[in-house]
Design a protein around this ligand. Structure first.
Ligand code: HEM
Length: 516
């Protein structure tokens, strides 16, 4: 054991010296490095994106620092992100090798399969499903046990949408065995004990990419330690084992149904049909199918939650939205997808909410596959590159008074980049493949909640409104507001009757799907 430690110590010193002698020069400016040449300790454990943004404001639109030996580049303006991640996508579209986030996420063919099955045209097919699940959600929102309970119902809505489109089967409760299995797998990752109604856990694999979170990512040399000393491995291995078992069993269930002709069309049926064409292994296919679950539930949930938070704080926008819906939809039917074009203020507000509080403020890391030069700065092959969505969406030049929720920014936008605002969904070839599904879910949920309910702050025992903080956010790669209470009061008896009627029809339709 002692010998192994001495060898690792010597090897670390030698590799450090070699790296120090050959480290790249001319990289973009950034924070001063420690004696060891890195900045791991400069990255706070809480809201690291705020530090990234402070560095971008101080050192410029392209900042560099080191996590261990790994050079990291942070792009703090939309222009820099478009110039590199979009225009030079052929070399900026890889994912950094990750030790903790499971090794398969970087396989490009998997991303291609995802893009194909979630394209705008493919996603339009899911609208009827999203409409149905949102009617069931409205029904549940009529009978909430307390002012925090709305969140579980929105979670169940999106969870069922995603599970149905990925595997062809609905999730009827947050106590469903697959939800519990996923939570159990997450709990092995040293995350706090999650409750079934706190779905933060379902994106553990994604959260592990929070910059600087794991020492082994910055110092892979730790992998040279004898296995019994690799403390960081225990949880990773346990979690990976459980994830693999769960994802493989879900995929096999679909395959069995395909064989006996009872499978509902889904991403899984497409993926299994095209597995050879895309050259994916069993494990890669299973992981691809889990992508929407890992990346598409919490992102959507926090965006709807951010919307409710904005409504509590920005009464002017809230009232304009209600007036627009009342005028276009009227009292006798629910909002539909066909109303979208007639609801410009709502469509602008949906863009604004993704800007106001970005769900993934650091963006997901890209990796550059060739040495590059940008604005005279050297960007070395293998560097991790973040399009800093927080800095860009809070840039006061692009969005004056960025902390104000103001849908008008996007109304009548002539600039194509604002008219088709996708920055919160990332960049280049890696742009979120689920953005159409996400926008469809957010639209139908928000339009129907606004139409059906008065949205008001909860009150304390003295009758004073409790206005939740607009800055208390979780520190995960996908971040959302800390739990806050909202009162959703149905807007009259006839609205309630319509919701009950529509949800009964939806229930009957859902049962038909479930048995088919
Ligand atoms: C408001 C909701 C959402 C937001 C803000 C969001 C944002 C993002 C961002 C920023 C990325 C990284 C892009 C990049 O690397 O530049 C991403 C990737 C991804 N998203 Fe989303 N997303 C949302 C909803 C969804 C949904 C509903 C799905 C699935 C149906 C989904 C599936 C994915 C997948 C699979 C990836 C990884 C793609 C890859 O590695 O190539 N997302 N998302």
């Amino acid at each position: 054991m002692l010998e192994a430690l001495v060898i690792v110590g010597l090897a670390s010193t030698l590799s450090f010296l070699l790296w120090w002698l050959h480290r790249p020069r001319g990289m973009p400016p950034g924070p001063p490095r420690s004696f060891w040449g890195d900045n791991t300790l400069d990255i706070p454990r809480v809201k690291p994106w705020e530090t990234f943004t402070a560095w971008n404001r101080k050192y410029g639109p392209v900042v560099s620092f080191y996590l261990g030996r790994k050079p990291v580049i942070v792009l703090g303006t939309a222009q820099a992100a478009w110039d590199l991640l979009d225009k030079r996508a052929d070399i900026y579209s890889a994912r950094p090798r990750s030790i903790v986030a499971l090794s398969h996420t970087g396989v490009w063919r998997m991303a291609q399969l995802m893009q194909a099955s979630l394209s705008a045209t493919a996603s339009a097919q899911y609208r009827s499903l999203q409409s149905l699940e949102s009617k069931l959600m409205l029904r549940r929102l009529l009978n909430l046990k307390d002012d925090f309970a709305y969140k579980s119902e929105i979670t169940l809505f999106q969870m069922s949408v995603i599970f149905r489109l990925a595997y062809g089967r609905r999730v009827k409760s947050l106590q469903d065995e697959v939800v519990l299995a996923k939570i159990k797998a997450g709990s092995y990752f040293g995350e706090p004990a999650y409750k079934a109604d706190d779905m933060s856990c379902v994106v553990n694999r994604v959260h592990r990419r929070v910059p600087g979170k794991y020492l082994v990512e910055s110092w892979p040399i730790l992998l040279w330690l004898p296995k019994c000393l690799q403390w960081f491995r225990r949880d990773i291995d346990k979690h990976r084992e459980m994830d693999v078992a769960l994802y493989m069993s879900l995929m096999h269930q679909v395959r069995r149904k395909m064989a006996d002709g009872t499978a509902q069309p889904s991403m899984a049926t497409i993926a299994l049909g095209k597995q050879e064409e895309f050259g994916l292994t069993e494990l890669e296919t299973a992981y691809t199918l889990s992508g929407p679950w890992d990346a598409g539930v919490v992102t959507t949930l926090v965006t709807i939650d951010n919307f409710l938070l904005a409504m509590l704080h920005h009464q002017d926008a809230y009232l304009k939205l209600r007036d627009e819906l009342d005028e276009v939809v009227g009292p006798n039917r629910l909002p539909e997808y066909s109303d979208m074009e007639s609801l410009p203020y709502l469509m602008a507000a949906l863009k604004e909410v993704t800007r106001w509080r970005a769900a993934a403020p650091t963006g997901f890391p890209h990796a550059v596959t060739q040495d590059d030069v940008y604005q005279g700065h050297f960007i070395p092959k293998g560097a991790t590159v973040y399009g800093n969505i927080h800095a860009i969406t809070q840039d006061p030049e692009m969005f004056p008074e960025p902390d104000v929720f103001r849908p008008e920014r996007f109304l009548d936008a002539t600039n194509a980049k604002l008219a088709n605002f996708t920055i919160p969904f990332g960049f280049g070839r890696r742009i979120c493949p689920g953005m159409h599904v996400a926008n469809q879910s957010i639209y139908i949920a928000v339009a129907r909640i606004l139409w059906a309910f008065d949205i008001a702050p909860a009150q304390d025992e003295h009758g004073n409104s409790i206005l939740p903080s607009t800055t208390a956010y979780t520190t995960r790669l996908v971040t959302g507001p800390e739990p806050f209470p909202v009162v959703l009061k149905v807007r009259g008896k006839s609205v309630e009757e319509l919701i009950v009627l529509e949800s009964e029809r939806a229930e009957a339709e859902a049962m038909r799907w479930d048995v088919e």
